[in-house]
Structure formats: C-alpha cells, structure tokens
Design a protein around this ligand. Structure first.
Ligand SMILES: N[C@@H](CCC(=O)N[C@@H](CS)C(=O)NCC(=O)O)C(=O)O
Length: 195
C-alpha cells in the first residue's frame, strides 16, 4: 500500500491511522502546487482529483477521500472502530462532521484571495464546531477510552486550529496533547518534518 501525502495536510490523519493499525505501507510525498511526485511523475496519473490523501493498493486500485480511507482502515482494524452496535455509523457521523463541517471550513484560511473578514468568519465557524465536539467529549478520545481513526482526523484539525490562532477548549487542548504523545503520532509527525 502507498499513501500519497503532503506534510501537515489532512493526509496526516490517514498516515497516523495506518501506523495505529500496524499496517505496512509506503509514503510518497506530493507537491500540491505542481501535482508532481518527488521522482517527477505526475500525481494526476495516480489521482485525477489532484489532492491528498490517496491510498494506492498493491493491485493498483486507488482510494481517495479521508472518510473512505479512514473507514476502510477501521473496518480492517476493528480496534480503531467506534464501539457499540451503531459503532460504524457513529464513526461515519463524526468523520462526516469533521470533514464537511470543520475541515472544509478552513478553506478561507488557506486561500490567498480570502479577505480578513472571510478569515475571521471561518475562524468563528470552526470555533463553534469545535465547541460542539468539546461538549461531547467524555474521555481522553472522542468515543471514550480507546482511540479510533476519527481521533487522528480531529487531531489534524486541532493542529491547524492552533496554527491559525483559534483558541481550543481546555478538553480539546488536553485531547491534542494526549494524541500527540502516542508513539505512532510521533513517528508520523517526524516523518512529515513537523517536529
Ligand atoms: N474531499 C477531500 C479533500 C482533501 C483535501 O482537502 N486535501 C487538501 C490537503 S488537506 C489538498 O490536497 N489540497 C490541494 C488541492 O486541492 O489541490 C477529502 O476529504 O479527502
């Protein structure tokens, strides 16, 4: 398996989740501006969408979209799935919330043409959406005592929040530190040159 990633991008969630799963995988860095790989090949030949993450299986099939990749990892490594008889749907529920309500809200903060007003509005939206997660948190991780793939995705959103000066609720700050301390997360952060 090969994960196509860009340092500090949302693909860090998949990178962490693959390590948590103990999966064997290679990493290939993508230049998101030129859509090229380090060996000069075009990333668009791997994924015409042009964005990371993309996970290529040994048979050549390519899976994209954080929700799909993270769910696939949890399906294959049930220790990373949410608990309970609705576990898989609870996982999809929170992954959809992180992807569509939080991740996508960062867009103005990365857009060179966005105005200060756009950026401030985005920060307010993200804050509100993080407050909701904060109000639901009952343990060290989103679903309690055990880490799931969703925690890896939330962790990346909190890294971005911190970088953009969005204050985190106390329990999300603690969550972030807790996740960061995991050996798998340290390995992923080191590999991506983030520590
Ligand atoms: N819908 C995709 C969005 C992925 C995405 O936003 N990737 C960003 C990095 S975090 C990217 O590669 N942006 C570069 C581009 O869109 O050209 C998903 O959820 O996986």
């Amino acid at each position: 398996m090969t994960l196509y990633y860009s340092p500090g991008a949302c693909s860090l969630a998949d990178h962490i989740a693959l390590h948590e799963a103990g999966a064997k995988f290679d990493l290939v860095k993508v230049n998101l501006k030129s859509h090229t790989l380090e060996d000069g090949r075009s990333f668009l030949e791997i994924s015409p969408k042009g964005y990371v993450p993309a996970l290529q299986f040994d048979d050549g099939e390519v899976l994209t979209e954080n929700i799909a990749i993270l769910t696939m990892i949890a399906d294959r490594h049930p220790a990373l799935m949410a608990p309970g008889h609705l576990g898989r749907y609870r996982l999809l529920e929170i992954l959809a919330y992180i992807s569509t309500e939080i991740h996508k809200s960062f867009q103005p903060l990365f857009a060179p043409t966005a105005t200060e007003q756009d950026k401030n509005r985005a920060k307010e939206t993200i804050s509100k959406r993080l407050d909701f997660i904060s109000s639901q948190l009952t343990g060290p991780y989103i679903f309690g005592e055990e880490m799931t793939v969703a925690d890896a995705y939330l962790f990346v959103m909190l890294l971005w929040s911190d970088k953009n000066g969005i204050a985190l609720p106390v329990n999300l700050k603690a969550f972030s530190e807790h996740v960061r301390a995991r050996p798998t997360v340290q390995v992923a952060l080191k590999h991506e040159g983030l520590i």
